[in-house]
Design a protein around this ligand. Structure first.
Ligand SMILES: [Zn+2]
Length: 166
């Protein structure tokens, strides 16, 4: 049997409203003016929760892929942080190396081979992304971007009132 949370998650109508408003909130928070395409992917059993292709950012294609679920706003915040880091010139990938603040930090190979989660979360670009992942959805909840959403969709209103995504 499905829980109420699972049922509401299948109702896709509100998602566009929520995501469009969240994108405006993030533009404002990071002080960027870009059009980001957010793709919500079906849930999987793996550890995957989302990604952004740094190589594509260079050609001004801002695509974020995140897994569906209650944490999708958290995941979007995480990946959006990496875009913001790239735009302000802090994060890049060059010749198989991750460049952080202008210096070769580590090879992309070493990066993909990290399997200690604590070690991973300490990388400077990940540290900021994980912090924002926790902080931003709550900040959004108390912003005008969120209050402006009220009254447009019953499912959305219910979700906001009951803190389903924050
Ligand atoms: Zn990350």
């Amino acid at each position: 049997m499905k829980t109420f949370k699972e049922l509401i998650l299948e109702d896709k109508k509100y998602k566009k409203l929520l995501i469009d408003s969240y994108k405006e909130f993030l533009k404002d928070f990071f002080k960027v003016n870009i059009k980001v395409n957010i793709k919500i992917l079906k849930r999987t059993k793996s550890d995957y929760f989302g990604d952004v292709d740094i190589g594509m950012l260079r050609s001004k294609k801002y695509v974020i892929k995140v897994e569906d679920g209650y944490n999708f706003l958290h995941y979007i915040s995480h990946e959006y942080t990496h875009i913001a880091q790239f735009l302000r010139g802090d994060l890049d990938i060059e010749d198989g190396f991750i460049i952080w603040k202008g210096k070769k930090f580590m090879s992309t190979n070493d990066y993909s081979n990290i399997n200690n989660f604590d070690e991973y979360k300490k990388l400077p670009w990940e540290k900021e992304a994980y912090e924002n992942q926790e902080k931003l959805p709550k900040k959004f909840l108390n912003s005008s971007f969120c209050s402006d959403l009220k009254g447009k969709d019953a499912t959305l209103d219910f979700g906001i009132e009951n803190n389903l995504w924050f």
